[in-house]
Design a protein around this ligand. Structure first.
Ligand code: ADP
Ligand code: ZN
Ligand code: ZN
Length: 741
């Protein structure tokens, strides 16, 4: 056995650039047994005491007067080497302190160091071989139910078996005495989801396309390990492909991570995974208590959990035996984190799979332009599923020109076509989904006489009316006031409300279909824990006739009874002032439309717009990804936007506008001198949201085709500026590598 060196490399728990490097410490003999890679330790740092994370061992320390580690704070290492390497990669790639990356990997930051895991042991029941010869034996109906249950839920806790089957303990005992089942005491993971009765059916045969997809991915896992893009139309059965792949990984003794855009919005996927994989799955979400998260983390690290389902941060689940990462709805914006470290889950997942030799699968019906481009270029393996399950047709999309509706005297927010179809569907007891990407009642309030628009005094953004027309709210900071009777600027009484939000849509539906049971899903109605699930299961069980909602209802939901989808205004997303507006609009419309006609009955979509000739809308209405992509990729190429070039955004924020502007100008000059002619600098200029929560914001955007070169130029420029005292202390700089908007 090689003697372990007594010097260690430590990353200090201070998220500042100046100390974002590795420091060497000596391990005193009394701690030698406990200091491991991934341990959290206490040590002197400068004149103070600090915490740090051990990331490696060294033979020779770089300094003469080396200091000693004082204590080990974590009973077991918190990180394994793969995660430490990943954090270092993130630090370089996203220009953030390594310790920020390490911190964000832990469910509760380094506070976790002092926590102990509580294990819980329970009795679990298994079928013995004799159990499969059941028809030959004489057993009562209750006992039979237990056996049936165990055939599907092998190894379930006894208490669960009894409560799920309703059988008495005596039935279980008699099965035990007949030798048909056995019971053993096992340590289990406390599943915060409990054992809700999730029932889903297992398809007996895969479609040809599903079969081919699974096979292609297994092949890639064995031989290539290129990332895979599973490009499957809405309703093509992607979830089942994921499940088969995961089952294969379980069989191989490997762990899988399944990433979803937002866990609260994916009750269906959670239900399917829980019902099919049971105890082997941990679902990570924000509603878990600290103890529950730490439990999950530890059980994952021990390899007892085979499948982790979660949003963004689940990409850091400490799986030692990682075989697979699946990223569902790969194109979703929420995969990008918008505070430090500003990482994109896709890039981190890809890097992690590369490091750990795992397979990376991205799934979408509307892949991001970047991802599809990589697949076309051959950097990713492209696996396509073009048909819906059972060859169900994609819904027919009617484009309705709302200008014409106005001309013909229809002032309602619903076109006549949509009204007719809603009445008809309701009469046939089929379900309706109405989509509008704005919450609130009206979307802004302004004065007819002077044109003044009521804005939030803390943010540069107009206020939205809520609760009928009673209150105005800021969607950024929550500021709220009663609607004024007179214009604050000119004193006129001609205050008017404009624009439509989901609240108003709901009200209009009540007017049109007074008998209908209506639900609304947006940030206002779903803030309470479990509220979204209630709405979701309500629709699923047929207790709701019309569901009105924001983009929340656009994501992967599978409601077989929905035959009509109304898109109230397609224009909202189309005209956002950002590079990806077209891509977002296409994705949103295709995804919402994809909610119709997923069951036996065919579906239809009514898409209302003021710009019916827009090419993006037309491709979306035909669900023609190829047509859309060809158009978009040409635009990207001419403008040098991703995937043909990339960007780094430097965002500055401060309380006073003049001081901010002056500092930004100076810092920008420092940065400019370190960049080359190949980098195009836009700005500095006011950021798209000029003021949020009383802080002014300015930005510069650097367009580049060589991230590595630009990063180091930028870092040098900033360092020089800092050395000379810029920017002033109360001005914050945020760097966003590959920003999404
Ligand atoms: P996607 O994610 O591609 O939009 P889903 O995974 O939600 O599609 O599947 C759509 C529906 O088809 C679901 O109700 C699912 O249970 C069902 N399904 C999937 N595969 C099969 C199959 N092989 N046979 C029958 N039904 C299937
Ligand atoms: Zn006015
Ligand atoms: Zn505000």
């Amino acid at each position: 056995m090689p003697v372990r060196s007594q010097f260690v490399e430590v990353i200090v728990n201070k998220a500042v650039e100046a100390v974002d490097r590795i420091f060497h410490y000596q391990v005193p003999d009394r701690l030698k047994e406990n200091v491991k890679i991934g341990s959290v330790v206490a040590m002197p740092f400068g004149r103070e005491k600090s915490e740090g994370i051990v990331v490696g061992f060294v033979d020779e320390p770089e300094v003469k007067s080396i200091k000693e580690i004082q204590a080990v704070l974590s009973p077991a290492p918190l990180f394994h080497k793969d995660l430490i390497d990943l954090a270092c990669w993130m630090g370089d790639y996203y220009m953030c302190p390594k310790v920020s990356a390490l911190q964000c990997m832990l469910p509760a930051g380094l506070k976790m160091a002092n926590e102990k895991v509580s294990a819980k042991a329970v009795d679990c029941a298994y079928l013995c071989d004799a159990g499969s010869n059941l028809p030959l034996m004489k057993v009562g109906p209750k006992q039979k139910e237990i056996v049936n249950y165990l055939q599907v839920h092998h190894g379930s806790p006894v208490s669960q078996v009894l409560s799920e089957t309703g059988a008495p303990r005596s039935s279980l005992k008699s099965l035990l005495s007949k030798g048909l089942i056995r019971v053993s005491r096992e340590e289990i993971y406390r599943d915060p989801y409990g054992v809700k009765n999730f029932i889903t059916s297992v398809p007996e045969v895969l479609t040809k396309e599903q079969e081919a997809a699974v096979q292609a991915m297994e092949e890639e896992y064995v031989s290539g390990k290129k990332p895979v893009l599973l490009f499957g139309v809405t309703g093509s059965g992607k979830t089942e492909v994921y499940l088969r792949l995961i089952e294969k990984m379980i069989y191989l003794g490997k762990q899988s991570i399944v990433l979803v855009p937002e866990i609260a919005l994916t009750p269906q996927l959670v239900a399917v995974f829980k019902s099919r994989l049971g105890e082997k799955v941990a679902v990570l979400h924000s509603g878990l208590s600290l103890g529950e998260r730490r439990d999950a983390w530890m059980h994952i690290a021990l390899g007892q959990i085979r499948v982790v389902v979660g949003a963004r941060s689940a990409v850091f689940a400490p799986c030692p035996n990682l075989g697979l990462i699946i990223m569902d709805e790969e194109h979703e914006q929420s995969y990008k984190q918008d505070n430090i470290p500003r990482f994109h889950t896709r890039e981190v997942a890809k890097e992690r799979c590369r490091m750990q030799g795992a397979l990376f699968v991205m799934g979408s019906a509307t892949p991001s332009v970047e991802t599809y481009y990589q697949a076309v270029q051959g950097a990713y393996r492209l696996v396509t599923m073009e048909k819906r399950i059972a060859n169900r047709p994609l819904p027919f999309v009617h484009i309705v020109d709302m200008r014409q509706e106005l001309r013909q005297g229809n002032r309602s927010i619903f076109s006549r076509l949509l009204q007719d179809k809603m009445v008809q569907r309701f009469a046939r007891k089929e379900q309706i989904l109405l989509f509008l990407n704005r919450r609130g009642y009206h979307t802004f309030v302004s004065c007819r006489d002077c044109g003044f628009v009521l804005q939030c005094p803390h943010c540069n953004i107009s206020l939205t009316s809520h609760g009928g027309n009673s209150r105005l709210k800021c969607h950024y900071c929550g500021y709220s006031i009663a609607v004024p009777n007179i214009c604050p600027q000119c004193g006129s009484g001609a205050i008017r409300h404009f624009g439509t939000g989901t609240e108003r849509v709901e009200e209009e539906v009540k007017r049109l279909l007074p008998q209908a049971r209506i639900a609304r899903a947006d940030a206002d109605t779903t803030s309470r824990k479990g509220a979204y699930d209630e709405i979701y299961f309500g629709v699923k069980k047929g207790e709701i006739d019309v569901l009105v909602g924001t983009q929340m209802i656009a994501k992967g939901l599978d409601f077989p009874q929905v035959t009509l989808v109304g898109i109230i205004s397609a224009d909202l997303s189309l005209h956002l002032p950002e590079m990806r507006a077209g891509e977002r609009a296409f994705q949103l419309i295709t995804q919402v439309a994809g909610r119709a006609g997923r069951g036996e009955l065919p579906g239809e979509v009514v898409l209302q717009t003021y710009s019916p000739e827009d090419p993006t809308l037309i491709s979306a209405s035909k669900q023609d990804y190829g047509g859309y992509y060809r158009n978009e990729i040409m635009k990207r190429e001419t403008s040098g936007y991703p995937p043909f070039g990339t960007m780094i955004r430097v965002l500055f924020s401060g309380e006073g506008l003049t001081v901010l502007a002056k500092n930004v100008e100076i810092v920008a000059r420092y940065i400019g001198t370190e960049l080359t002619a190949n980098e195009e600098i836009l700005g500095p200029a006011p950021a798209p949201l000029e003021k949020i929560k009383d802080r002014y914001r300015m930005q510069m955007v650097i367009k580049t085709n060589d991230l590595a070169r630009t990063r180091s130029g930028l870092a040098r420029g900033l360092e020089q500026a800092r050395r000379d005292g810029f920017p002033h202390k109360n001005i914050l700089i945020a760097i966003d590598v590959e920003p999404l908007n």
